[in-house]
Design a protein around this ligand. Structure first.
Ligand SMILES: NC(=O)c1ccc[n+]([C@@H]2O[C@H](COP(=O)([O-])OP(=O)(O)OC[C@H]3O[C@@H](n4cnc5c(N)ncnc54)[C@H](OP(=O)(O)O)[C@@H]3O)[C@@H](O)[C@H]2O)c1
Length: 191
């Protein structure tokens, strides 16, 4: 059985863990207290400002593993910009800090409620996954599809910049109450 470690047990950690458990994946949560990283696949389900601390604590243990960045690195004081450079992304910054890990970007365009419900606006919830390693993307897609989500390979990790822009826009729409937290962007496909 595949084991996935999820660092952070909040809205997203629980929603992702629920999907994985539905698919028969063993889920192991890691909190703030020191703990081992059991999975070969590790989801960073913490706010972007916390990621540096997580890497300081667990960086060595993340070597050789697939690390999934789900963050939307917004400036939450203004809701008007990202805190990463315009020609970079949170995922690129994390990949640079974890040169021995295989970093993927995923989930940042899915609100937690749409992962838990597995549907958004009447269509299946689709997770867009960007990364440079096809095998790593396939490993994540496999456990998510087993749990009932649709998955699309969004391309190289350089696409994280576009995914983060999409996540940023979606967040501003929800904060301004133009959409709800169980709404959001969906991928409509002909069956
Ligand atoms: N919510 C969404 O719909 C959504 C959608 C897309 C992407 N995201 C992204 O997903 C990430 C998590 O968001 P969320 O909504 O799940 O936030 P959340 O509900 O606030 O949960 C964050 C969790 O991270 C834990 N945490 C913080 N620092 C930690 C550390 N150093 N080590 C271990 N655990 C730590 C928190 O623990 P404590 O309770 O101890 O603080 C909490 O359990 C964020 O980067 C966000 O941008 C969220």
């Amino acid at each position: 059985m595949t084991t996935v470690s999820i660092i952070g047990n909040g809205n997203m950690g629980q929603a992702i863990g629920g999907v994985l458990a539905d698919g028969g994946t063993s889920v192991h949560y890691v909190g703030r207290e020191a703990g081992s990283i059991e999975g070969d696949l590790v989801v960073l389900a913490v706010p972007y400002p916390e990621v540096a601390g997580v890497i300081a604590t667990h960086g060595a243990a993340l070597a050789g593993k697939v690390v999934v960045d789900i963050t939307n690195p917004l400036d939450f004081s203004t809701f008007d910009s990202l805190v990463v450079p315009a020609d970079s992304s949170a995922a690129a910054e994390i990949a640079a800090a974890l040169p021995d890990s295989n970093v993927l970007k995923a989930f940042n365009t899915n609100f937690a409620g749409t992962l838990a419900a597995k549907t958004v606006g009447g269509v299946p919830t689709t997770v867009l996954v960007a990364g440079d390693d096809a095998e790593a993307k396939q490993a994540l897609a496999g456990v998510l599809e087993a749990g009932g989500l649709a998955v699309i390979d969004a391309g190289a990790l350089s696409r994280a910049r576009e995914l983060e822009s999409l996540g940023f826009l979606q967040l501003t729409l929800a904060v301004q109450e133009r959409i709800g937290w169980t709404d959001g962007f969906a991928v409509a496909t002909a069956a």
